[in-house]
Every structure is written in structure tokens, then in C-alpha cells.
Design a protein around this ligand. Structure first.
Ligand code: SAM
Length: 381
């Protein structure tokens, strides 16, 4: 795969924009009967699979590819599953407590095994970058972080905030590459923070450095006394429902010359979208912002640059996660996942296979990752 096919700059994005084509299903009335029917069918089919419907992976993937291909070409409005997707939420991040419970506070070994773990790259739950010749997941994740650090213009000595820091993968790698940077990680997940606290006690981990501090806190409540030079939000904004207020908050955390880098799952549909199955079983209240949405919120922060990363990167990353998940079934089955493990396994395999199908749509041009470099808006005196 060549870089040009995987990464597009803003200059080429307009040719990829999709306009709604369905007759009679107005995107502004997403609760129309046809969308409700489609949602019910999705949930019914997903629950049939979860409850034991036997279907080989190839048949399942072929079925999903066929349905998604048809929908994205002919009925893209059906991806607007809920009317709340089209409005900014009252809270900045939405449904966070439930999200922690059914997703991010699941047992740590599940993610260590599925996402992979090394001394440099701790479990990282976001897209890896494959077009630079990576021969495996760890290298592809490292190359994604190198790419992000370059795009945000990281300088040694910067004070950096890692928002929604997961298991500390970006923080740990950054501290190991930039010996004078200071990093603050913020995360609401107690289990993920416990993993980081253990690393803070491990002298071989860069997170044990006094240059690192951890805040176990909700983004909605976050406050900091000292401003940051750079803010990274890698995979947090899928859980943020209010861009305008979030950007005002991020601007208040920044030095006047500071920069924010946001990286999230995004589509070239002209509106936000999401799946009813993922909403119920995997990531409640998550939303997939349209690629064009962020620049429309240039109030306290202004978009300086934006990039679209082709979904093929994520499909390949998810294939690695699925292979890891399957390879560790013996150990996984012994974890307390809060429900019958056989059911959990089917839910999670459907999640991974469905997401591979989503990111494969239209050769990865419809759904991928968006990245934005933002800076505080200069207001005339
Ligand atoms: C998709 S993961 C990405 C983690 C990490 N940045 C990475 O690349 O691996 C999203 C992260 O955002 C955190 N998060 C979600 N909602 C949050 C909230 N309201 N406040 C703080 N962190 C939140 C989750 O706990 C999780 O660590």
C-alpha cells in the first residue's frame, strides 16, 4: 500500500464527500420509520449472532460487506441511527460512567492480550499506521505515534497533556523519545489508571519518571493550574458530544502559542453517524463525527491543518486485534467480564468483525480517522 492511497490531505477530501442520495429519508428527520426499521433489523441480527447463530467468519464478513456496501452507496442516511447524533450534547463527554463500566474498565489482561504490549508501546486502543512498511502491530503503532508527534510539532521541553490517555501508550513513548518533555495523562478509567500507577512504580518504565503525572478524572470536570504547550487527544473525541464547549475548554488549558492535536474515527458522510449494536454492547453514546465537522467549530480554537487517514489502516489494526483475541481464548475465558464468557466472546468477535467491515467500506475512503491541528483563535483587539 502506498502512502498516497492511505493518507489524504484536505486538498483531496472534497472529491470524497458523500451527499445523501436516498429519496424521502431526510437526514434532518433521522427517526423516520425506515431508519428505525433498519436499526431494529441490525439489533435483531446482532442478537441472533450473539445468542448462538452459527455463521463462519467468512460468511459473516461477506454478509456485512454486502449490506454496508449497499447502504453506503444507496442509503447513506441509514447510518444516522439516532437523532441525538445530529445535536451537540449538554455534557462535553457523554455517557462516561456507563462507557467505563461496559468497556474501558473491563479486565486489563483482556486488552494486554488483544492490543499487544511491549516495553515501549503499552496497550494502544487506536488505529496503527501501516503504510510506512511496518512488519507488525507494534511497529505500526509506534509509527502512528511518530507521525502524530511530528504533525503536532512536538519539541523537547514541551509540557504535554495526553487526554484520554488509555494505558499510557502515547505518554510512555513520548517520555522515552523526548527526555525533557513533561507529560500529564488524564483518564476516567480506574482500571486503566491502575495499570499506569503500576508502571509508575516500575523503574524500567518511562512513566516512573517525575516528568509524568496522572489525573484519574472525567474530562467534563478537568481543570489545570498550569497551561500546556501541546494537547493530544487520541481516541477521546468519539466520546465527546459537544465540540464547541470542548474546544473552549481545551483553549483554556493552552499557552497562547500552544497547539491541540485531535485524532478520532471519522466519516466522509456529511453528518455524524453510529451503529445501534455498538451503542448497546460496546461503546455507549459514542459518535462518529463527520470529517468536515471540526472546522465548523472554529471559535476558541482554529483548525490549522487536517488529515484523513484511510480506513484500511484501521481494518488491518482490527485484524491484528481479532487474531490476538482468538489466540488467547484460554486465558480470556478465565477473566471476569461480568457476563457469561461465551456470550461475551461472541459480542466481541462481532464487534471486531463488524468494525473491519466498516473500515473496509469503499476502500477505506468513507470511514477512517481524522486528525486536526488546532491553535487558539487570535481575536482582534
Ligand atoms: C479509545 S481509548 C484511547 C486511549 C489512548 N489514547 C490510546 O490511543 O490507546 C479512549 C480513552 O478515553 C478515555 N475516556 C473516555 N471518556 C472519558 C472521559 N469522560 N474523561 C476522561 N477520559 C475518558 C477512556 O477511558 C480511554 O482511555
Amino acid at each position: 500500500m502506498h502512502a498516497q492511497t492511505l493518507i489524504e490531505s484536505t486538498t483531496s477530501r472534497d472529491s470524497r464527500r458523500r451527499q445523501p442520495s436516498i429519496q424521502g429519508a431526510d437526514v434532518h428527520s433521522p427517526n423516520s420509520l425506515v431508519i428505525q426499521l433498519f436499526n431494529s433489523l441490525q439489533l435483531l441480527s446482532a442478537e441472533a449472532y450473539i445468542n448462538g447463530l452459527e455463521l463462519p467468519d467468512t460468511a459473516l464478513k461477506g454478509f456485512l460487506d454486502g449490506v454496508l456496501d449497499r447502504v453506503q452507496r444507496q442509503y447513506p442516511q441509514l447510518f444516522v441511527s439516532y437523532d441525538w447524533l445530529l445535536r451537540e450534547s449538554e455534557q462535553l463527554a457523554e455517557g462516561s460512567r456507563e462507557l467505563m463500566k461496559i468497556q474501558y474498565d473491563l479486565p486489563t489482561p483482556l486488552f494486554q492480550m488483544m492490543l499487544g504490549e511491549s516495553s515501549l508501546i503499552y496497550p494502544k486502543y487506536t488505529m496503527a499506521l501501516w503504510e510506512r512498511g511496518a512488519d507488525g502491530l507494534e511497529t505500526a503503532q509506534r509509527q502512528m505515534l511518530d507521525d502524530i508527534f511530528a504533525k503536532v510539532g512536538l519539541e523537547d521541553g514541551d509540557r504535554v497533556l495526553d487526554l484520554g490517555c488509555g494505558w499510557g501508550s502515547a505518554s510512555n513513548y513520548l517520555l522515552s523519545q523526548f527526555p525533557n518533555c513533561q507529560v500529564t495523562g488524564l483518564n476516567l478509567s480506574h482500571r486503566q489508571c491502575d495499570y499506569i500507577r503500576q508502571k509508575q512504580q516500575d523503574p524500567t518504565s518511562a512513566l516512573s519518571s517525575p516528568r509524568f503525572s496522572l489525573w484519574e478524572q472525567d474530562f467534563n470536570q478537568a481543570r489545570f493550574d498550569q497551561p500546556f504547550d501541546k494537547i493530544l487527544a487520541i481516541g477521546l473525541f468519539e466520546h465527546v458530544g459537544n465540540l464547541t464547549q470542548s474546544f473552549a475548554k481545551l483553549a483554556s488549558f493552552l499557552q497562547p502559542e500552544g497547539k491541540v492535536f485531535i485524532h478520532f474515527i471519522s466519516s466522509h458522510l456529511p453528518y455524524s453517524s453510529y451503529s445501534p449494536f455498538l451503542n448497546r454492547y460496546i461503546f455507549p453514546r459514542m459518535r462518529i463525527w463527520s470529517y468536515d465537522e471540526v472546522p465548523q467549530h472554529n471559535q476558541d480554537l482554529t483548525t490549522v491543518a487536517q488529515w484523513y487517514l484511510n480506513g484500511a489502516n484501521y481494518a488491518k489494526t482490527l485484524q491484528c486485534w481479532l487474531a490476538n483475541f482468538d489466540a488467547h481464548q484460554g486465558e480470556m475465558a478465565r477473566l471476569d467480564v461480568g457476563m457469561d464468557y461465551a456470550k461475551f466472546r461472541r459480542i466481541w468477535r462481532l464487534y471486531l468483525i463488524l468494525c473491519i467491515a466498516y473500515f473496509d467500506m469503499d476502500g477505506g475512503r468513507l470511514l477512517g480517522n481524522a486528525q486536526y491541528l488546532l491553535q487558539p483563535t487570535q481575536r482582534g483587539s
